[in-house]
Design a protein around this ligand. Structure first.
Ligand code: TYD
Length: 205
């Protein structure tokens, strides 16, 4: 069996956490141990970096700094959690990964997708997801869903134009890398999305 490393992507409010939980149960039903993790975060150090990145007080944060911080949090997560778990034969499902940087920093902030992947190469050390699920949702709907939830963080407070760029960016990435990125309409019923994901996962493992 291949290294089962799956990443879940999508704009804020697309329903990633719900689908991750359902996929975890599916693997456990197959007696595959699962490690769930999230970005930015998932380790002590990465969570500390997350607190800096998302702090609304830091309005002065330069976009390059933002990119480096996301990448630093990722480097620690890869080294401390993801690689060791894969080596032990566990499946790893990560809520957001390098594509979030490609889209939010590369496209949303305008730093360039190539540049983002290049910097991340160093942090990833050859690691690549076997499947990336993209929950596709219009920016306005995503923001509407989030506003009903908790207080917004520094990224979520960005303008609607920024979030539209993010959604468009995800769609472009999915077109460019159809083999790896599987796009699903996030407005479908939860159980239907879960079924599509399970079918796609089965093809890859
Ligand atoms: P997250 O906690 O996943 O928020 P949500 O629950 O809304 O998905 O991510 C926090 C924010 O960080 C989110 O707005 C997306 C953003 N982000 C980036 O801009 N670049 C990145 O590389 C990652 C991983 C996240």
């Amino acid at each position: 069996m291949k290294n089962i490393f799956i990443t879940m992507e999508g704009p804020d409010g697309a329903g990633k956490s719900t689908q991750i939980e359902l996929l975890k149960k599916y693997f456990e039903g197959k007696d595959i141990e699962v490690v769930l993790t999230r970005e930015p975060g998932g380790t002590r150090i990465s969570e500390a970096v997350r607190a800096v990145i998302l702090n609304k007080e830091y309005k002065e944060m330069d976009y390059k700094t933002e990119l480096m911080l996301y990448t630093a949090a990722r480097a620690q997560l890869v080294a401390e959690v993801i690689k060791p778990a894969l080596l032990q034969g566990k499946a790893v499902i990560c809520d957001r990964f390098v594509d979030s940087s490609a889209v939010y920093q590369g496209m949303g902030r305008g730093l360039g997708v190539e540049q983002v992947y290049k910097i991340n190469e160093y942090a990833l050390d050859g690691l690549k997801p076997i499947l990336t699920i993209l929950l596709d949702l219009d920016a306005t709907e995503g923001i509407r869903r989030k506003k009903n939830q908790a207080e917004l963080d520094r990224m979520e407070e960005e303008s609607i134009d920024f979030h539209k760029k993010v959604v468009e960016g995800y769609r472009q990435l999915a077109e460019l890398d159809k083999d790896r990125i599987y796009k699903i309409d996030a407005t479908l019923p939860v159980e239907e999305i879960a079924k599509l994901i399970r079918e796609e996962v089965d093809k890859r493992i």
